[in-house]
Design a protein around this ligand. Sequence first.
Ligand SMILES: *Cc1c(COP(=O)(O)O)cnc(C)c1O
Length: 391
Amino acid sequence: MKPMGAIPSDFNDLVFTIPDSTPAFFYYSSVVADRVARFRAAFPGVDLHYAVKANPFGPLLEAMAPLVDGFDAASIGEVGRVSAFGQPISFAGPGKTNGELAMAIGGGITINLESEGEADRALAFGEQLGETPRLAVRVNPEFELRGSGMRMGGRASPFGVDADRVPALVKRLIAAGADWQGFHVFAGSQALDAQAIVDSQAHTLDLVARLGDQAGAVPPLVNLGGGFGIPYFPGETPVDLEAIGAALLPRLAEFPDTRFAIELGRWLVGEAGVYFTRVIDKKVSRGETFLMCDGGLNHQLAATGNLGTVVRRNYPVAVATAAPGAPTETVTVVGPLCTPLDRLADQVELPVAGPGDVIAIFMAGAYGLTASPHEFLGHSRPAELLVGTPA
Ligand SMILES: *Cc1c(COP(=O)(O)O)cnc(C)c1O
């Protein structure tokens, strides 16, 4: 038997409405609303942005729109998905094409500039279109978010302009008549250690203060990035939001003329999603019991350990159809793909299940379907549904 991650406390009683058809993703709006409320309580006065790429499901975005202060898009496609909601949108990401820049400028979207070349093109398009481009400078900081699942700073990077070159760029944007929106500093992702986030935010504040001084301009907005993680694996614990807020808020008084935003993806929606897959077949092979299901890595790649993880560990899973107190056994849960990579849970202890039972894979609300190769092997696409509460 191998351990699995802890089931989010939102699902403590393990009572589910089982989807009519499987495989299916359910996203629970009550969980999202809870996370937003916790953010608001810990960070009063700080804007909350949703990073669309974590989960761009239309109904979820619609539910999110009145809860957040802005959307952060990572492509013009994501911009399009949120442009009808009337919230401020910023558009980050390397390699923005001329067409994408022109669309963003025409739509009044804030472009988070990833390079000086992008700045030149944005300024030229602004002039050509007769529009004042709204431009923020994404900074490639000298530091990184410690303990981050994905480090984004402290090294050569396609993301952002190296910090030492930022003041000159800001001066140039302002001189060219752009509507300079401030700074974007994203130092990493999936951090669970509050102190690491506190340190990274403190470094970010020092950095933007210095860059503003050097540029001779006060940034109207600073997007502090995010990086709040969620506990996917055994032994991991939730990030202490209150500790981060308590450290950050007193320092914001140093910047009376700047608004601050935190952009979050997985922390807002990751725990709100459950992927349901039905057991089709069961067998024992060389002493190991397998539950073969109707969906797997084609829909929920991350749970199989194939989305940027070094060592495969088990996500939290449950048998959604199990009776309370049912006897348990050790099973390996696999999907229907003809590859040994398609392993949703490896030798976990679950209530005895068989064909017809439904397995719940938790932590499926972020980087799920859209981060999985759902065309791979040509199985059908899973349903996605926004629902109210788990039970
Ligand atoms: C992906 C991304 C995010 C969201 O990251 P999460 O780990 O889901 O919170 C935020 N900001 C930027 C710039 C990103 O690229």
